[in-house]
Ligand binder design. Sequence first.
Ligand code: 0GY
Length: 296
Amino acid sequence: MNKQHDNMPVDAPTWHPSPRKPTFIPPAGAVDAHCHVFGPASEFPYAPERKYTPTDASKSTLFALRKHLGFSRSVIVQASCHGKDNRAMVDALISDNGNSRGVAVVGSDISDKELNDLHIAGVRGIRFNFLKRLVDPAPKPIYTRLAQRIAELGWHVVVYFEEADREELAPFLASLPVTVVIDHMGRPDIAKGIDSVEFKTFSDMLENDKFWVKVGCPERLTLAGEPYDDVAPFARALVSRFPDRVLWGSDWPHPNMKSHLPDDGLLVERIPVIANNRTLQHKLLVDNPNRLYWGN
Ligand code: 0GY
């Protein structure tokens, strides 16, 4: 047990207490493909090795928000504060009558039976997190072996990295024997613009159809603040170039957000700005996530 971490103060709430009802109405069957549940710590304690302690963010609050925003389904992604203990996420999946799928974080010691139990609960992917402020990443052969094992279940990998680490990670990610979903557009540097070498190289990498990309999260990437006009061109470019391999997520409850409390209703209202016709919106919110998460 790490004493310093066990004495870690609990972060202030990171989500908006009363998000607006969005004026954009998502198509029927829309999926929020990136959100989290935290705790409650009394039932599902946070991991000793965590780098932050969030306010508890319950499944009931998540599901009520989903309804308020006009969505039908959720993909609940395991966050670093719960480490490899997926119980809070799995508990949310099981209580949601098949309307939630999960992305777990697992170690090399996980048994085939445990993987199978996660599948039965609704998990369809595992997350490799390379953000050093959030985790201490494992050696790459461990991730490769895990990817080989989940390939047999028809799962995919969700990967979270900083733009600065993309070049080093790209060959490794391309070598994985499964679909690879990239969180938060690979965290581009918004100041550099969509014509930067970095964003162009990132976008070109996605020509390999093993890669999918999440185009949400403007609140985390913005330099200008709400309504995130500076981030929209990045998402719009990816949606129009890769319409069949993009996903959108609210990122509720927005862990580690310090600059402002994002209004989830505003985040939904920004969807038609990045996917500007009904066909693109249907692919982004319904077809793509349902294919990836409810196809098997
Ligand atoms: C996110 C982002 C963050 C946190 C985590 O696993 C995590 O703790 O994903 C972050 O701080 O950028 O999308 O959930």
